[in-house]
Design a protein around this ligand. Structure first.
Ligand SMILES: *Cc1c(COP(=O)(O)O)cnc(C)c1O
Length: 441
């Protein structure tokens, strides 16, 4: 691991010369220089550092600057960067070939771990991303119910599939893109929107369209408008209204699966959906998604049933191997306790730092995900999240970066804490926040 940078000694704001040179080349070759728009620094200013490697809780750029990482690849890296057990398993796995186009024992084992951890999943299908998982789950829900409409929540992100980009949270919100062109209006019309944590609004949507609604898709703990936990009874209400109208309840647990608890948000909150979408953590840092649920529904998926969905690299043995060893590490009963304790420490420190600097900040935390919103009011839905002062967040972000703390370049993302984050990391982060907040007052 490289030498941790003293968070007290501030290098100049912005990336070093090697990063700048490489990022200029990246922008000549790729739109915005990035492979995913959330990585761009348009909302916060400046150019992003170009990354050389990650190790434990830290990410290191090509100029050798080391940052305490709270992006953690936007969720998958719950064990931190390059955890030894994952690195070892991957090194061995590549020796046995990287893809088979046939069922492997690794796939069966990861499927077993998932079905055991999440009892509402009786059959599971592996795909390559969270986007594929949600898109496929909704195709299945439409086929199963014979209906076409989907209900999603404002500020909820479920991947970039057509029809799911309406009011889709962090990425589009940060770039000021409410919806994406290129999605046919006829198709977007199949998506109905309701505010998160508003059961009355959901009730009204069902009164009007109940017979046409195939499914409600929801992040059981919203994390793409910043972290917004569900109000008490909100998810139970969704369970109830969907059941009464013959619609399916789809939990998008791409972030919360194996994060909120080993059994996901559904275990923590005691509400079982019909279908669950997974991604991020189950791939241990490799590209994986999965969807699963009740047997009678999943039996409609090809080859058992008529709903077609396929993938050349789905169930990829390298990705399965990384997923298995990651879930095994999370079976340690101390894991979630540690994540909770370390993230509470971080949340308390950020709150105290904000109070001391007299900067209005509201923190929302669910286990090891956390957002510090630059607002004085509680954040319970997309409208209240968007009331946050994004200019001030941008200034804070730049100061934190210069102090060696790597945050997402958006007010509307979570901080992801991993098992690799040490108490010293948190202490250094809080000290960086004290200095940064004092400068953005
Ligand atoms: C990241 C995310 C997705 C999309 O997953 P990708 O692997 O990026 O396609 C879907 N839903 C939620 C809740 C996510 O956070």
């Amino acid at each position: 691991m490289s030498d941790p940078q003293d968070p007290g000694g501030r290098p100049p704001v912005g990336p070093g010369p090697r990063s700048r040179e490489l990022f200029a080349r990246a922008q000549d070759l790729m739109p915005g220089g990035v492979s995913s728009p959330v990585r761009a620094y348009r909302a916060v200013g400046g150019d992003p550092p170009v990354i050389a490697y990650g190790s434990g809780s830290r990410i290191v750029d090509v100029d050798g600057r080391s940052y305490i990482d709270y992006v953690c690849a936007y969720g998958p890296l719950i064990l931190g960067h390059a955890p030894p057990q994952v690195a070892d398993v991957l090194a061995a796995a590549v020796q046995r070939g990287t893809a088979y186009g046939a069922t492997s024992e690794l796939e069966i084992e990861l499927a077993r771990l998932i079905c055991e951890a999440v009892p509402s999943i009786q059959l599971v299908r592996f795909v390559n991303s969270g986007t594929e998982a949600t898109m496929s789950a909704l195709r299945l829900a439409r086929a199963y119910t014979g209906r076409t409409k989907i209900v999603k929540f404002e500020g909820g992100y479920h991947g970039h599939a057509d029809g799911l980009l309406a009011q889709a949270g962090s990425g589009p919100a940060t770039l000021g893109l409410p919806d994406s062109p290129g999605v046919p209006a006829s198709y977007a019309a199949e998506t109905l929107l309701a505010p998160y944590n508003d059961p009355q609004a959901v009730g009204r949507v069902f009164e009007r369209y109940g017979e046409e609604i195939a499914a409600v898709i929801v992040e059981p703990i919203a994390a793409n408008m910043g972290v917004v936990p569900p109000a008490p009874g909100f998810l139970a209400g969704l369970r109830d209204v969907t059941a009464r109208h013959g619609s399916l309840l789809v939990f998008d647990e791409v972030i919360t699966g194996f994060r909120a608890s080993y059994g996901g948000a559904q275990e923590l909150l005691g509400v079982a959906p019909d279908l669950t979408c997974l991604g991020k953590i189950i791939g241990g840092g490799l590209p994986v998604g999965a969807y699963g649920g009740r047997r009678e529904i999943m039996e409609m998926v090809a080859p058992l049933g008529p709903v077609y969905q396929a993938g050349t690299l789905s169930g990829n043995p390298i990705a399965m191997a990384a997923g298995i060893v990651t879930l095994q590490a999370l079976q340690d009963p101390a894991a979630y306790q540690r994540l909770e304790v370390v993230t509470v420490y971080l949340e308390d420190g950020l709150r105290r730092a904000a109070a001391e600097a007299e900067v209005p900040v509201r923190t929302n935390r669910a286990g090891s995900i956390l957002t510090a919103f630059f607002t004085a009011e509680p954040v319970t839905d997309y409208a209240s999240a968007k009331a946050a002062d994004t200019e001030r967040y941008a200034a804070y972000f730049r100061q934190m970066l210069s102090c060696g703390v790597f945050l997402a370049p958006s007010q509307f993302e979570a901080m992801f804490v991993s098992l690799a984050h040490t108490d010293d990391d948190i202490a250094a982060t809080i000290e960086a926040a004290r200095q940064s907040l004092a400068l953005v007052r």
